[in-house]
Design a protein around this ligand. Sequence first.
Ligand SMILES: Cc1cc2nc3c(=O)[nH]c(=O)nc-3n(C[C@H](O)[C@H](O)[C@H](O)COP(=O)(O)O)c2cc1C
Length: 330
Amino acid sequence: MSLIKPIKIGNITVEDPVILAPMTDVTDKPFRHIVKKHGAGLVISEMIASQAMIRQTRQSMLMIQRSDIESPMAVQLAGCEPEVMAEAAKLNEDMGAEIIDINMGCPMKKVVNNYAGSALMRDELLAGRILEAVVKAVKVPVTLKMRMGWDDHSLNAPKLAQIAEGSGIQMITVHGRTRCQLYNGKANWPFIRTVKDAVKIPVIGNGDVLTVDNAKQLLEESGADGVMIGRGVYGKPWFVQQVIDFLKNGVRTPDPSMEHQYEVVKEHFAAMIDHYGERSGVLVGRKHMGWYSKGVKNSTEFRLLLNQATEAHSVKELITRFFEEHLATS
Ligand SMILES: Cc1cc2nc3c(=O)[nH]c(=O)nc-3n(C[C@H](O)[C@H](O)[C@H](O)COP(=O)(O)O)c2cc1C
């Protein structure tokens, strides 16, 4: 029996609610494209500061570029001023976003010091005003991503979820940690059930899903309607589909062949150079290429050389050598 079924986010149906988490400097257009191509139910942009969005800075415009297979297009916004967030949401809707996600989970100092991200969980009144303003500003569905609360003494995610539902939010994702935990300790999957029980809209569980068994356990412990995966997809864009296969059919789909992985790596790197230009493309590319190589023989040396490469052609040569040597000896 399938452990997941399609969910409705407003008028949008997500057939397989296994979702790529929004991750700054990771879930850019090239990565979302690759993960979507490998079967993700939904992918979400990196967090975009609403102020930068309404100024249409070069960086925010780059972040909202969508790939041709990316539908529905979900854009995540951060900020703390209801009017600014509403304006940023409307702008994105006008530019083609089909879902707006609001960030109330980011723990980073530079974000919470501006009263945005997870800091909003400490101010339910302001959080509610933001949610209402954004929902009112757009016709597309608005979703919310948050943590369990600020710290162990303020686990107010269920209360905030009710405020969100009352404001017209259509889906909630809960990362099972508090802000003060940052990324330490282990995600608390049973806690997510308290949010699930508090609202009728779909609730997605998030945190520490690194294996298909983790995904199953998260669903069993939380009763959530779906799973969101972040770091588990590093260097493994096929992981989302493996999770879907396991949750739907109990099938443990093996990793794709090395030939397929090699093709993915080449395509991904080319897309990064195309998206960012050579200088930034190489920097972002080195990170992803390093993740792809994890666990493969001689990958430590590959990563050392990779991190010294500054030009696209050198990275390409390293990729070719690494994979072709591996294919020749396996
Ligand atoms: C490098 C990195 C960047 C992140 N950026 C964002 C972000 O822009 N917006 C957001 O809501 N969460 C962000 N997160 C949090 C993830 O979406 C996710 O909630 C968290 O990593 C826990 O899930 P995981 O254990 O599957 O990685 C980020 C996490 C990481 C590791």
